[in-house]
Design a protein around this ligand. Sequence first.
Ligand code: CO
Length: 467
Amino acid sequence: MRKIQLTETILRDANQSLMATRMKFSDFEDILPLMDKVGYYSVECWGGATFDSCLRYLNEDPWERLRKIRKAMPNTRLQMLLRGQNLLGYKHYHDDVVEKFVELSIKNGIDVIRIFDALNDFRNIRTALEATKKYGNERTIASGCISYTQSPVHTPAKYVEMCKELKSMGFDTICFKDMAGTMTPNEAERLFGGVVDALGNDIPLVLHTHCTTGMAYMTLDKAVECGVDIIDTATSCFSNGTSQAATETMYYAIEQCGIETGIDEKLMNKVNEFFKPIKDKYLADGTIDYKSLGTDSQALFYKVPGGMLSNMIANLKDMNAIDKFEEALLEIPNVRKDLGYPPLVTPLSQMVGNQAVMNVLLGERYKQISNEVKNHFRGEYGIAPAPVNKELEAKILGEGKSPVDCRIEDSKRTGEDFKAAEKALGDLAQSEEDIMSYICYPQQAEAFLKRRKEKQENVVKYSIVEA
Ligand code: CO
């Protein structure tokens, strides 16, 4: 019997997409033992913005959150999203930092590490993969992830090549990450049909998409038909809009086709009952914006993600130039082409959007070039999917100069970042995890660790008085 498994995203992506990752551990703590028995392929609970949000807004230690989830859910695979060499941030970290981060993630409870690079430059995910293999145990799964986008160079054949590369690198599963939710059923058919033809059934395929444009259910259905093994879904009260398709809906649709999911129907429904009042609470206080719950088809028409459009509108309004919106939108495909058709995912989406706005406002293309775009041409983020505009490259780099190899600097150093962080934190750091938090988010981690220290000192004072 064929089996399709479900990854539940309520604790990470649904939480991130609908409420900017503001859900507290105490909100969902009580449901974890039950979730452990539902029979999900995995529960995505860490990575992405959870780390930053815990330190910055929730006054929670992200490592402690992970350990508590692990303890409450000993039987379910815990999953995280990792931006390759960028870890959970936007800059490239050195190999030793990446390796340590992966080691600590596994040590604190992560089983499935989904690793991606914004440009699909797989040199940027190799270190994280090797560390996962080095520190992993029999439960650990390294999932190679492709940022999905549409462009003249992103053909099904190109995606098949990427899958072959991920497989030969040694990944255990291959995931397509459709962050903008723009993959259509027809594209899913050609994509997964091609991948299954080329790779056969010996490596599990995963589809991660969002309901943003309204495509997700149709696309997931087609992907299931064409050979996908694992799909990402969110418990129904936290599904749809900018989040994932509903777990229950996909469960019923799939099981009716005689395909097994391994899910316990009753327990699955209890999870939703538990989260309903939590959703109501965050809707009432405005943490969940009703706009994120609807369907926004603009992304399909303009071929840019919804978040990028709202960002551009806000920027243009700030500059009193909202009348240039249409013109800026038309400039986006041109800038994207000049940059070598990067997937429009953070940070590339902001870079392309801002440069398009600048080109239009200044009345001359590339009269001013943002530093981020310059760094992209210098090769600091990796290699673009297609050749970049050579004239522009010469203008930015200087005649006859070539981009740098982003891997050279990364591999050089060993231990320096740790020593520097350890020194900067002094007695604020009580573990390697504290030091890693500081390396990833220096200000937020330092502020958090100071608050923690004050709290610990107060407890000591209080117990002396008590005695
Ligand atoms: Co996502």
